[in-house]
Design a protein around this ligand. Structure first.
Ligand SMILES: *[C@@H]1O[C@H](CO)[C@@H](O)[C@H](O)[C@H]1NC(C)=O
Ligand SMILES: *[C@@H]1O[C@H](CO)[C@@H](O)[C@H](O)[C@H]1NC(C)=O
Length: 471
């Protein structure tokens, strides 16, 4: 535990960051035909109409002929060089009869709609259209992401939320990147800023990026309800649908949980998986999302005792999940043979076919065994106490059977393995539980029972001086 600050410092110095670029898809460009109710960009015979009450910022790349232009009360055109309007008298022969073309309303497009964003690992990949799949919560910009509004375009986004702000690392608008909180809030209060961003919550740039090479938690679970309200789920078509952390819907496919060690680097592992597997044609239809999530942990699958970070790899193919599972098995195989080099301590697989397995070391199994041992020990100690008369049971029919149980334990050899104590590797590996002092091993490894009568009892399994508890 003492080493944690050093480890963190080291990570900061290395400076490798895992953050993504998230790009807003819709735009309010004049030249985009899907922005017109006619489905076409207006031409010289058309009457162009913007709703009087709608505020809008509209980007124009070239010059356009119109018959008539009806403008809103509040709005702006952003003109490229040479762009503008000219009026043709009479009918434009290239345009035909002429119609009234209405500019679509973009007021309803929301920041927290996961369908309106695309993600990429680098600017180049964003421009090259090599997008990454993410679970719904992470499709929307995370707190350490770079947000991009395409350079040659205008837009309008509703940033309403129940939070006080929407923190992100940076925001790029019209080719200009804002990395400081004050500069961006200045932009937001400008004319363009007010037309482009509306709604109750302000986006704040200048949030520190993710300094941990193993990744950072997205931070969007506070907005989960808002995000998932925009999503319509289709009912999955497989035996055991899976529910990835951060996703709004069940999916068919596979989820790999990676318990990582200190040397794990999320960005290079993501690259490795893409290079090794995803470029092959048999995996063309696969969607693979990889991120750090916090999953709540349970003793024996029942008793919650906090949450631990892990890398969640969601693999889905939109169908029954068979192809996803094949890929998941290949990834597990790779993790098994190169685990130490990649910083992978262990892996678990959940597949929608029902085929689950644990690989690498046995974190989960150990957790379960550990839980069972605690229960058994509790029962034995209580039985022993009753046997010795330290604790009196009220007269209940179950006393005799407890007594006999207590006697039986005399013949059970509980020395050996139990005396060695029990190492749960999940608590030994520092990198698995950074920043979670509540999970400090001691609190979990030793159980103390205080009876109301004042008898204090330390679980003998973990006390080396007291192994004979029938004496
Ligand atoms: C036009 O707008 C639609 C929806 O807003 C968007 O999906 C599409 O990418 C845009 N097309 C271009 C060429 O920008
Ligand atoms: C624009 O409006 C038309 C007709 O109302 C609609 O079919 C189309 O989907 C709208 N486009 C966008 C991007 O909202």
């Amino acid at each position: 535990m003492l080493k944690t600050p050093d480890v963190l410092l080291l990570l900061c110095l290395v400076g490798a960051a895992d953050a993504l670029y998230k790009q807003w898809i819709p735009n309010t460009n004049y030249e985009n035909k899907s922005n017109w109710d006619t489905g076409a960009v207006p031409c010289g015979s058309d009457i162009v109409q913007f709703s009087a009450q709608r505020r809008v910022s509209v980007f124009l790349e070239t010059a356009h002929a119109v018959q008539e232009l009806r403008l809103p009360v509040d709005g702006e055109f952003i003109l490229c060089e040479g762009a503008g309007f000219y009026v043709v008298s009479g009918q434009d022969p290239d345009c035909g009869e002429g119609v009234t073309a209405q500019f679509n309303d973009s007021d309803s497009l929301q920041w927290f709609d996961p369908a309106l964003w695309q993600a990429a690992a680098t600017q180049d990949e964003l421009q090259g259209g090599r997008f990454l799949f993410s679970v719904h919560e992470e499709s929307v910009p995370c707190q350490y992401d770079d947000v991009v509004f395409k350079a040659l375009s205008s837009f309008r986004v509703d940033t309403s939320s129940s939070q006080s702000s929407i923190p992100v690392k940076s925001v790029s608008v019209l080719g200009e990147m804002f990395e400081s909180r004050s500069e961006f809030s200045q932009y937001l209060s400008s004319r363009s800023g007010r037309l482009q961003f509306h709604g109750s919550t302000a986006v704040t740039a200048g949030n520190p990026g993710c300094g941990d090479p193993s990744g950072c938690e997205c931070g969007n679970s506070v907005n989960r309800q808002r995000i998932c309200s925009r999503v319509t789920c289709v009912s999955p078509n497989c035996k055991k649908p899976l529910f990835p952390v951060g996703h709004c819907c069940e999916v068919c496919g596979a989820i790999i949980s990676i318990h990582y060690a200190a040397s794990f680097d999320l960005q290079s592992y993501r690259q490795r998986i893409h290079q090794l597997f995803l470029q092959w044609s048999q995996y063309e239809t696969i969607q693979l999302g990889m991120s750090k999530v916090f999953k709540s942990q349970r003793l024996m699958g029942i008793v919650p005792f906090g949450s631990a970070p892990k890398i969640q790899v969601v693999i889905t193919d939109g169908e029954t999940g068979a192809r996803s599972e094949a890929l998941a098995l290949e990834i597990l195989e790779d993790a098994r043979s190169h685990g130490p080099k990649l910083g992978i301590a262990s892996t678990d697989l959940q597949a929608s076919s029902g085929n689950n397995q644990s690989g690498g070391n046995t974190g989960m199994v150990v957790g379960v065994v550990f839980g069972v041992l605690i229960m058994v020990t509790l029962i034995i100690t209580v039985a022993a106490l009753i046997h010795k008369g330290v604790v009196r049971m009220p007269s209940m029919p179950s006393v005799p059977s407890l007594r006999s149980f207590g006697r039986k334990t005399e013949t059970v050899d509980l020395g050996g393995s139990l005396d060695h104590g029990f190492n749960n590797p999940m608590f030994d590996d520092l990198s698995m539980i950074p920043d979670l002092p509540a999970l400090n091993g001691n609190e979990i490894n030793s159980i103390s029972i205080t009876q109301t009568g004042g008898v204090y009892f330390v679980n003998p399994v973990y006390d080396e001086n007291e192994t004979d508890f029938n004496a």
